[in-house]
Design a protein around this ligand. Structure first.
Ligand SMILES: Cc1cc2nc3c(=O)[nH]c(=O)nc-3n(C[C@H](O)[C@H](O)[C@H](O)COP(=O)(O)OP(=O)(O)OC[C@H]3O[C@@H](n4cnc5c(N)ncnc54)[C@H](O)[C@@H]3O)c2cc1C
Length: 462
């Protein structure tokens, strides 16, 4: 990718492309004391789905959403917008981790995606929600065989899945790095900010009150739960924590979730002639097949969004906003984008950003309750939460209601992931695991460390 001075990032604005041209309304922080039936902490997809579902279940319920920044400030407003039907962080991981329950998890995941599709249509949310499937590409020889195996697995589970040779995949999207491809029809793409803001509006239409610039500093229990912000407090019968990778309000969650920074670039809009150089007529999302993978897609205005690969964990759960701009990670991505599409060397990179992914050792969320069942949490989607966040929100509400449902019955919900070690062990453990994953990507061999971790059902992903 280019720029006049030869620096590919020289013209890149330090913010997510999804917010381009979108005005944010002035925040209305919580001021003073109030009461609610349900407080939702976190104004991302999980929190907003929770507010919507809670109000659809019981219209008239007093639901207050408390968001520390603005709606969509977290991962929901800065992700790639890939929508997946998977609740298990992909089918292969599902087979490895939940072999006997996989059929049920696949069913629940597809039902979740169908219901999102219906909701977006019914509420007329203009979010470019398209179930266009995706293509996974092999860029290293050993990944070719892995794609063939995955094609078989997907077909076993009822997915239309087509293995493509190098020529076939390049006839569709032309990159000299592609050695094979796998085109699936399940899942798709969305404009994540349009979806998040659409859900906010849907929640407000149902009666939810959303306070931005209202960080919950602590929760106090005295029969009910008091959620305290800098300028107010809400006394609530129930609280749902939807705080993703941010510093959790419950100490116990620190051992289950660690924040991993995932980096993203976007280009200027491509002209029809530039697009013709690479094809990509079906406009689906693409990912490559390694442990450290890229994800990329066209935006509704035909930019290329290109993210992933370099997932960074900072010592001590580093989560301050300054970490959004990591030069080395963005430059690496710029180089990879150039290598993927050398035909587009004249296209400028216009945006660079990062966001925190809530990683668990099992790559699937952790659910539970606290404070005598008045507080529930749903966090830990490990980079695949655009669709799964709705499932997570529903589980959180099930737990608060104390009801047993098809969702709470699955071990993925009932059983917790293995906790991460505390610092000072956490950081080196992540680095050693990352190095082992990178080695597997280079060599195609899963080393002893990773095989041992597989046996204990633990890993590191983004
Ligand atoms: C760069 C990037 C790319 C991604 N790409 C994809 C993708 O393509 N597909 C996919 O499925 N997933 C993707 N993900 C993951 C996906 O975005 C998340 O799983 C999903 O958005 C989680 O939604 P959430 O509401 O749980 O969390 P968030 O959107 O992070 O919302 C949590 C909110 O809680 C607020 N908060 C935190 N603490 C407090 C507090 N104490 N008081 C009040 N508010 C608080 C935060 O400000 C934040 O707004 C990506 C994530 C990142 C970072």
């Amino acid at each position: 990718m280019t720029s006049g001075a030869g620096d590919p990032l020289a013209e890149a604005a330090p913010r997510p492309v999804w917010w381009e041209g979108r005005e944010r309304t002035a925040p209305e922080p919580l001021v003073g004391a109030t009461t609610a039936d349900l407080v939702v902490v976190g104004g991302g997809l999980t929190g907003l789905w929770a507010a919507i579902v809670a109000l659809d279940e019981a219209p008239g319920r007093r639901v207050v959403v408390l968001e520390s920044g603005h709606v969509g400030a977290g991962a929901s407003g800065r992700n790639g917008g890939f929508v997946s039907d998977s609740l298990t962080h992909g089918l292969s991981h599902g087979v490895a981790t939940w072999p006997s329950e996989l059929g049920e998890l696949v069913r629940l995941g597809r039902q979740n995606l169908r219901e999102i599709d219906d909701f977006v249509a019914d509420e007329k949310i203009d979010a470019d929600f398209r179930l266009c499937g995706k293509t996974t590409v092999a860029t290293r020889p050993h990944e070719v065989e892995a794609l063939r195996r995955l094609a078989g697995l997907q077909r076993e589970h009822g997915e239309e899945s087509t293995y493509l040779t190098a020529e076939q995949v390049r006839a569709d999207v032309d990159s000299p790095t592609y050695l094979a491809g796998l085109r699936t029809t399940v899942g798709g793409l969305v404009d994540p900010v349009a979806l998040t803001l659409g859900l906010r509006d849907a929640a407000v239409r149902r009666g939810a009150v959303v306070h931005e610039a209202s960080p919950v500093m602590r929760m106090e229990r005295d029969g009910t739960v008091l959620c305290v912000t800098p300028s107010g407090a809400v006394r609530a019968d129930q609280v749902l924590l939807a705080t993703n990778a941010f510093k959790p309000l419950l100490r116990r969650l620190r051992s289950y979730v660690l924040p991993v920074w995932d980096h993203v670039l976007a280009t200027e809009p491509l002209s029809a002639e530039q697009l013709a150089r690479i094809g990509w007529r079906e406009n689906q999302g693409l990912t490559d097949a390694g442990n450290q993978f890229h994800y990329y897609r066209r935006t509704p205005d035909d930019r290329i969004l290109f993210g992933g690969y370099d997932a960074i964990y900072y010592f001590g759960n580093g989560s301050d906003a300054a970490k959004e701009q990591r030069d080395a990670s963005h430059r690496l991505l710029a180089r990879h984008l150039r290598e993927t599409f050398p035909q587009l060397s004249d296209v400028r990179i216009t945006h660079r950003w990062a966001g925190m992914i809530d990683t668990t050792s099992r790559f699937t969320p952790v659910f539970g309750t606290a404070m005598g069942g008045r507080v529930a949490y749903a966090v830990g989607y490990t980079g695949l939460g655009v669709a799964a966040s709705r499932f997570g929100a529903r589980v959180g509400l099930d737990l608060l209601a104390g009801r047993e449902t098809e969702r709470t019955a699955v071990p993925l919900v009932r059983r917790r992931p293995v906790p991460f070690p505390p610092e000072p062990l956490r950081w080196p453990a992540v680095q050693v695991t990352r190095a082992a994953l990178a080695r597997e990507d280079r060599t195609g061999r899963r080393g002893r460390l990773l095989r041992t971790m597989d046996r204990f059902g633990v890993g590191f992903n983004s």
